[in-house]
Design a protein around this ligand. Structure first.
Ligand code: KMH
Ligand code: ZN
Length: 274
């Protein structure tokens, strides 16, 4: 089986220090959290950035600053900026970090309810616009699919030339408004992607580790981090993103699956080596 790629979603746009005091806002805190994850075996850092007061922003200069600090702390790591940003941001606001030409970025493949009155908007035209931009800039999209219909959308837009192969999916499971986080849901999604595609799974909250275990066994890849879950186990806050990554690496070791370092992850994903 291929080595396991662990992605750390260190910060997110919604989770706050009130949920876990280790959630990073400042540049130094982001570098600290990325390093804890990298040292524990993460080869991809999925990145949102904040102002120092915790406000989410897609500001290009802020991304540049945080990315530079992470590069120093985590030599060779793959940095994957979010183009999802936070609910309510415009398309062009969200796309700003693509101007830094990262190796990867997220591409959200559909609209969904996001709790209360919030709607995370990704119309077909938005997805086409983002897909075209990523092809032009040579950025590999991680196709964020919060439900089965979003996989279908991604496949349709791939056929129309808006998304290049080999496709890499991220099944985000357990969001209130998207697909659930049960094993049957996982099997439905992973059975819906084409041969030659890769996937990672991001389970929200209590779904994080069971779904990581499913991906480890299945030959897929796993995402953990404060964006998705702040607990190491029931009622126990993780002290760092690194603790969450360590737990996945331990699970992988139990199942005899080795963890990929960044260049091995690049080879698996079809990214140029550094
Ligand atoms: N913060 C969510 C509204 C992504 O990174 O592409 C969107 C999100 C997905 O987190
Ligand atoms: Zn995200």
């Amino acid at each position: 089986m291929e080595k396991l790629i662990i992605t750390a979603a260190i910060c997110g746009a919604e989770v706050l220090k009130e949920h876990n005091p280790a959630v990073p806002y400042t540049v130094a805190e982001c570098a600290r959290e990325a390093k804890s994850a990298y040292d524990a075996g993460a080869s991809i850092i999925h990145l949102h950035v904040r102002r120092d007061d915790g406000t989410p922003t897609q500001d290009k200069a802020r991304f540049r600053e945080v990315i530079e600090a992470i590069r120093v702390a985590c030599p060779g790591v793959i940095i994957q900026p979010s183009t999802g940003g936070a609910v309510g941001m415009t398309d062009d606001e969200r796309l700003q970090p693509t101007g830094l030409r990262p190796e990867m970025a997220t591409l959200d493949c559909g609209t969904l309810n996001f709790g209360g009155d919030e709607v995370f908007m990704n119309t077909e035209n938005t997805i086409k616009y983002f897909g075209r931009r990523m092809i032009e800039l040579g950025i590999k999209p991680e196709l964020e699919c919060f439900d089965k219909s979003m996989i279908d959308m991604a496949l349709r837009l791939h056929r129309k030339g808006f998304i290049a192969a080999p496709m890499h999916f991220d099944f985000v499971m357990g969001v209130n408004g998207g697909i659930g986080g049960e094993l049957r849901d996982f099997l439905f999604l992973r059975g819906s992607i084409p041969a030659g595609a890769t996937y990672t799974v991001a389970g929200i909250g209590r779904h994080e580790f069971p779904l990581a275990a499913a991906a480890i066994i299945d030959g897929g890849h796993a995402r953990v981090g404060f964006e998705d879950n702040v607990f190491l186990s029931k009622g126990v806050l993780a002290r760092s993103n690194g603790e969450l990554v360590e737990k996945v690496a331990r699970l992988a070791a139990e199942f005899g699956r080795e963890v990929a370092r960044p260049d091995e992850a690049r080879a698996i994903l079809g990214l140029p080596l550094l």
